[in-house]
Design a binder for this molecule. Sequence first.
Ligand SMILES: Cc1cc2nc3c(=O)[nH]c(=O)nc-3n(C[C@H](O)[C@H](O)[C@H](O)COP(=O)(O)OP(=O)(O)OC[C@H]3O[C@@H](n4cnc5c(N)ncnc54)[C@H](O)[C@@H]3O)c2cc1C
Length: 368
Amino acid sequence: MAGYDIIVIGGGLVGGAIAWGAARLGARVALVDEGDVAFRAARGNFGLVWVQSKGADMPAYAHWSRRSAELWPGLQAGMLAATGVDVALQQTGGLAFCLSDAEMEERAALIARMHNASGDIGTRMLDRAELRAMLPAVGDAVAGASFCPIDGHANPLKLLRSLHAALLRAGGDYLPNRTVERIDHQPGMFTLHAGAERLTAAKVVVAAGLGSARLAPMVGLDMPVTPLRGQIVVTERVRPFLDCATHIARQTDEGSVLLGDSHEDAGFDTSTGVPVARGIAARNLAVFPLLKDANVVRVWAALRVMTPDGCPIYQHSESHPGAFAATCHSGVTLAGAHALALAPAIVAGQLPESFDAFHPHRFQLQPA
Ligand SMILES: Cc1cc2nc3c(=O)[nH]c(=O)nc-3n(C[C@H](O)[C@H](O)[C@H](O)COP(=O)(O)OP(=O)(O)OC[C@H]3O[C@@H](n4cnc5c(N)ncnc54)[C@H](O)[C@@H]3O)c2cc1C
């Protein structure tokens, strides 16, 4: 008999949410993780629970993001009950700013397209006067914004920590400092090789972020993920002025402001640089002039886990039944759905038909 019902490879936000979601249903779960030496998008992200522009070209992703936003309060309550950690979820809406009339038109067209393809989630365009009434701190350079009432944000570091702690509370094992090098399969059992150690399970979930590309083919999965660097600038704590989420700035529950973020094709290089930070600061100062006196206390870079079309991959292996793939570049947003909708499907042993759109065979289809 296998040592575990499920082994999840990768203790980032994706793997952590799935592992906790499965353990809370009574499955015997291990979460195997390289640990703090690894590339970890989960440690370096912006913390948005963002729905308004997710899935513009894939309605299934738009619906999945919306479902996750609905499930997020349950995730937050689960973390609080299991660990006493408040992950600081705020779902007070989200703003995406436009700095010119042309940007306003472009954004309005996107929102209308998503409305037609995926349904109404209440996103609407605000002109400058409406925006100012909602958020007095915006500067004269801002022409307006799109506003989505179901967007929000949370503290991603507290989320990561509490997912690991909640897994232990639910009887699961968190096994850090282990790099899975190989996965063998025989009917009904997977054997994972990590150094001299052997771990066995009836099911395996490959959720190893950028490490997934190498592991997935060992069990008949396809996860062609690549890195995309993002830098984030952090200010000192300032008085509260921003209580909703925005696509470029987020004030944390402690008062500091996260300013983001860049999109750089830099391979596996996680270094930061002044030119990019300067660009981020300039854009944010145009939107929020009051930040001109705030000191920058930190800049960091992290690597996004990108699929070829930017949409998630979920797959159940046809050749290795019991092996599942899970990856996305919105691991905070989708944490609710991963823990409370995807994990139960994996425990049951099958992905519902609604997951077909996320299968990686879409990358082999020729554009019409
Ligand atoms: C700058 C930036 C801003 C972002 N902003 C947002 C945001 O606002 N909202 C949002 O929803 N998302 C955001 N994201 C994306 C989000 O952070 C990621 O989607 C999420 O962290 C991905 O989690 P993951 O678990 O797939 O990968 P990771 O966090 O990278 O974790 C992968 C884990 O797998 C482990 N691993 C890898 N290989 C192996 C192996 N062989 N054996 C064992 N373990 C292994 C590593 O130890 C690591 O812990 C942002 C990302 C970046 C970089």
